[in-house]
Design a protein around this ligand. Structure first.
Ligand code: GLY
Length: 533
């Protein structure tokens, strides 16, 4: 079973497994396909996290997050007066961090794969070379005003993603010959991206535009294997992503705070339930802002933040009748230190091995730069660092010292690929894009299944809300709250975002505990499709 944002990619993943491939083989093929068919976030020029659980239950996290270039420095996005230079960490050649995707996929394949690497690259290469039919969702994404304006600033990107001066329309055929040539070289040798012809082309273009990446940055990139975080929620085991994602830490902190409440008795989306969950979100995101960063560079109190004692201390601050004020909430004091767009897909293979993978260019189409002669869109992941403490990034997240920029450091992420186990066996695996909204999207899918007894598709379809400490407001989805509920929440002191917007795009697989049937659920928000056989 494969659940992803794109029907072509999901089908290719299922085909790989029909041919005898395992979940990691399928993940490699799906990720490379999405780089062709879902260029908003599928990528070669970005990075991500892959949570792998083998059929024997051993679990590892492969961290192929981008890193800051060697020349990066703490204040690189500030002007002479110390103000953040608008868009400098978001658009163009100075926003790009060293991409990790190709290295991460090749590493995962070497460690776990069964089928030959070239066979897994071939479907993506073919789609790039021969073209594919642009879906309604891709056309909608390409036509977003901000995307068009950004792409038009970079002739190579605009040349590739427009036809007759307009973004590609649904039903058009999109052919990407330069990307096909890169995939062909990677098919022979993935290190071409870092030390071969592709690397040479990327660096030539970046340097011609006074960008920061160098040949040494690419040549030195290596993925990292990390131990997933584990916790229990109402008797179910949660296995999730450690730093440099903030997602796993915040998810566990929120679940720990929520466990003493009977959410089911309050009722799904009652004012009392929304209030309780929002207060928990507010506190976890305040802690994220202060404490989280790349643990290879900065000390993060992971054990303290994910401890039950700390959750209980934070929970006791919550007034059941009154919204807190984010200005006064701030971060707590955990016990001492110990050492718009992204996409997610989830896969389970016939043996029961699982991949939960979230990867990204950061914003839609990343920095909007396509390296000349490669067709490879490059990320703007540098914006996930703290450009200046206290100044919000593109997701409105306030970030702290722990996430300051340093050479070869990884920007703090919110990506939260997660597994939920029942009696030691996989129950479901889920993840989502959505920038700062990722963590809350994963939280709400888990609550919908565990607390409210929804099936996995209902849990994904259900309307979501989001609060991230600052700005101090509840984001919500269209038709989500009855007037009664929103009035009651406003009376408690909550403030709603002016307009509704989509929150997340989750893709999950579930194993039915009764008959071990594999269930797939893709999010309808961006046209996702789950494919099994
Ligand atoms: N770029 C979004 C994230 O990693 O959280």
């Amino acid at each position: 079973m494969v659940a992803s944002v794109d029907a072509i990619a999901s089908r290719i993943g299922a085909d790989v497994m029909k041919r005898g491939g395992n979940a990691v083989d399928a993940a490699v093929a799906v990720a490379l396909t999405l780089a062709v068919t879902w260029p908003e976030a599928g990528n070669l020029g970005g990075g991500g996290f892959m949570l792998v659980r083998k059929a024997d239950g051993t679990t590892e996290a492969i961290d192929y997050r981008e890193i800051a270039p060697l020349s990066a420095s703490r204040n690189m996005y500030l002007d002479a007066e110390g103000n953040v230079i608008k868009d400098a960490s978001l658009v163009g050649y100075k926003a790009i961090a060293v991409p990790g995707t190709v290295a991460g996929l090749a590493f995962a394949h070497k460690r776990y794969g069964k089928l030959p690497w070239p066979d897994l690259v071939e479907p993506a290469r073919k789609l790039a070379a021969e073209g594919f039919i642009v879906s309604q969702y891709l056309a909608r994404s390409l036509a977003v005003k901000q995307t068009v304006e950004r792409m038009q600033r970079f002739p190579e990107s605009w040349r590739i993603f427009q036809r007759s001066g307009k973004p590609y329309q649904a039903g058009d055929i999109l052919v990407q010959p330069e990307l096909a040539a890169v995939l062909k070289r990677i098919q022979s040798d993935p290190s071409d991206f870092y030390r071969g012809e592709t690397a040479r082309r990327i660096i030539a273009d970046v340097q011609a535009h006074s960008g920061t990446l160098t040949a040494e940055d690419l040549a030195r990139y290596q993925p990292t294997v990390r131990t997933p975080l584990r916790s229990m929620y109402r008797g179910y085991e949660i296995v999730t992503m450690p730093p440099p994602s903030s997602g796993g830490v915040a998810l566990i902190e929120m679940l720990n705070m929520l466990e003493p409440y009977d959410l089911q008795a309050m009722g799904w989306h009652s004012s009392q339930e929304v209030h309780t969950v929002v207060e928990v979100m507010r506190r976890a995101y305040a802690d994220r802002a202060k404490y989280l960063g790349d643990t290879d560079f900065t000390r993060v109190p992971v054990v303290g933040l994910t401890s039950r004692a700390y959750a209980e201390q934070r929970r006791r601050e919550i007034d059941p009748m009154r919204a807190s004020d984010s200005k006064t909430v701030g971060a707590g004091e955990p016990l001492g230190y110990e050492s718009p767009q992204t996409t997610h897909f989830t896969i389970i293979d016939p043996d029961g091995a699982v991949v939960s993978n979230t990867y990204t260019l950061n914003e839609s189409y990343g920095s909007a730069v396509t390296a000349a002669g490669t067709g490879v869109l490059l990320n703007d992941e540098m914006d996930d660092f703290t450009s200046k403490p206290g100044v919000p990034n593109t997701y409105g997240l306030i970030q702290g010292e722990a996430n300051a920029i340093a050479p070869r450091k990884k920007p703090l992420s919110s990506m939260t690929p997660t597994l939920v186990l029942k009696d030691g066996k996989l129950w479901f695996a889920v993840g989502s894009p959505g920038g700062s909204m990722i963590i809350n999207t994963v939280l709400e899918v888990i609550l919908n299944v565990v607390d409210f007894g929804m099936n996995i598709q209902q849990a994904i379809d259900a309307a979501r809300f989001h609060h991230q400490w600052l700005p101090d407001k509840i984001n919500w989805e269209p038709f989500e709250f009855s007037r009664d509920t929103s009035d009651a929440l406003e009376k408690m002191g909550h403030v709603f975002a002016e307009k509704p917007s989509d929150i997340g795009d989750a893709h999950a697989v579930m194993v039915d505990p009764k008959d071990r049937a594999r269930l797939g659920a893709s999010d309808p928000r961006r046209g996702g499709v789950a494919v099994g056989w």
